[in-house]
Design a protein around this ligand. Sequence first.
Ligand code: ADP
Ligand code: MG
Length: 339
Amino acid sequence: MPHIHVLDQITIDKIAAGEVIERPASIVKELVENAIDAGSTSVTVEIKDGGISFIRIRDNGCGIPKEEVKSAFLRHSTSKIETVEDLSHIASLGFRGEALSSIAAVTRTEVITKTKDSDLGTKYVIEGGKEVSLEETGAPDGTTFLVHQLFYNVPARRKFLKTPMTEAGHVQDLLMHLALSHPEVALQFLNNGQEKLRTSGNGKLKDVIYQIYGRDVAANLIELDYEKGGLRITGFLGKPVITRGNRNFENFFVNGRYVKSGMISKALEDAYRDFVMQHKFPFAVLHFHLNGEEVDINVHPTKMELRFQKQQEVYGTVFEAVHRTLLEPELIQRAEVPE
Ligand code: ADP
Ligand code: MG
């Protein structure tokens, strides 16, 4: 047996990167969430080749001061929390301080960033976790990330990437969810130079739904706003005429974060049971607002599956909120009109 030894930092980061970065969409998720955390009102995402060879993300957020750019790329470095207690009232999407170090470990990354109070910006290039250059440069306020050649140094992972079309689809799905969770951010997505998504950033969820799903869906929505026991649910339900054969139309957000939850899906579908045919799933965009202490978002690095402290009560509240909204008289009439 070889001697036991501690791995070098670059190897550690490469391994750890696997937890956070699985495909181009993971990089886009981390970088757009960072842009939102930085207070951006406008974010542009461009990819080529499904994001495998090229991702560019430009924001108009607060930027990173020159003397902090390098540390932003260190593992476990974050400006968002200090102690584990902060996790209970976390307002930002990120907090682990793992994204930039992970991305840099498995790509060639370039960042150009400038804060408002600085005349010049900073350009930092890092490749496979190693610094290439750091220099001052003219730049607009905000941050631009350029990420090239995902997994160029991890062939084992590169093999598992799907076709550019499939990867671009994952990016588009993700951006759709980010747009629905942040109607106050103008989001633009270009795939190989073609615009695939654009939201206005006017803060109106209904407008984002229209921009993503089109007129037929937007014309068949019922607004939902319900509060019980410290949980407020807002958003839109689709009238029973716009059901689907799968769950792709179910979108849930908890305190601004897109989540998957079998429990919420079940409550939603149970509440629709009397209104739709079997094996049909409703359209829903529901935002859950509750005290951060009642959800545990610290379950997985990608933070998508979450746990409520009071699962059963949340189920009851969702069911009630949806059922009551669907029982609004005008809607019953509509539901009876044949398709
Ligand atoms: P986390 O988001 O968990 O804090 P990251 O590795 O994603 O960790 O980012 C590290 C730090 O870099 C952030 O805490 C933030 O201070 C800074 N940062 C990253 N992206 C941006 C951005 N687009 N604008 C401003 N600051 C950023
Ligand atoms: Mg982050």
